[in-house]
Design a protein around this ligand. Sequence first.
Ligand code: 13P
Length: 287
Amino acid sequence: MLVNAKDMLTKAKAGKYAVGQFNINNLEWTRAVLETAEELRSPVILGVSAGAGKYMTGFKTVAAMVDAMVDSLGITVPVALHLDHGTYEDCYKCIEAGFSSIMFDGSHYPIEENIAKTKELVAVCAEKNMSLEAEVGSIGGEEDGVIGAGECADPAECKMIADLGVTMLAAGIGNIHGVYPENWAGLSFETLDGIQQQTGDMPLVLHGGTGIPADMIKKAISLGVSKINVNTECQLSFAAAVREYIEAGKDLQGKGFDPRKLLAPGTAAIKATVKEKMELFGSVGKA
Ligand code: 13P
């Protein structure tokens, strides 16, 4: 069964660790993340971007697949199915499709409009027992064609949104989606500290988890980050493993062209990346 992410994140914040959100793209991805979470007894959040939802033919397909897979694989750890960077319209599509959690990314609206729309969604999610993530201060880099500048959020604005009753809050602290550029200035711990002081117990979300050095991840967790999103790193591991298989000519040997064989190294590579992240985030054994 899919769960609201509130409970796992409240425990993570109190226990000073973070739950990983791993974005999924297809059946192999979903399976790799779910099996790793079960093996490591870790709670997990499956993230679905609008682009990934479209690729999998729609949010309904995704919800049906994930729900059935949790059952077929006998997954017993808490799993939340979460819309990543949702538009206002997509939030409603996911509520209807059976997601257990959504992110409304109103960071590009003026703060008043972000507040009004977030407030409305807080009420809807409460009624449906779903968790809601809000965002203040856009996160840099490119995701699904949307390019953000990587701002640092204003702690006072974070408090305004947190006070609306959202479950978790994503705030820009100099983090960027995708691979970090050579000249990246690093996370702004001063901003994070200010946000945590203003928002208290609110679980904070760190987007752009790919490529953030381990010491920065640990420091961010110590300053209130309880959910960390990882997407690109699994894509890179998957691509490298499939490339190696093909470059070794294995698809040309016997039935090596069978997609179940050809994609297997990629699936194993995603599992290894997810394991590494769960160990770093401290969520192993917390389910
Ligand atoms: P990365 O692709 O940089 O890991 O970011 C993932 C993310 O933040 C999804 O919302």
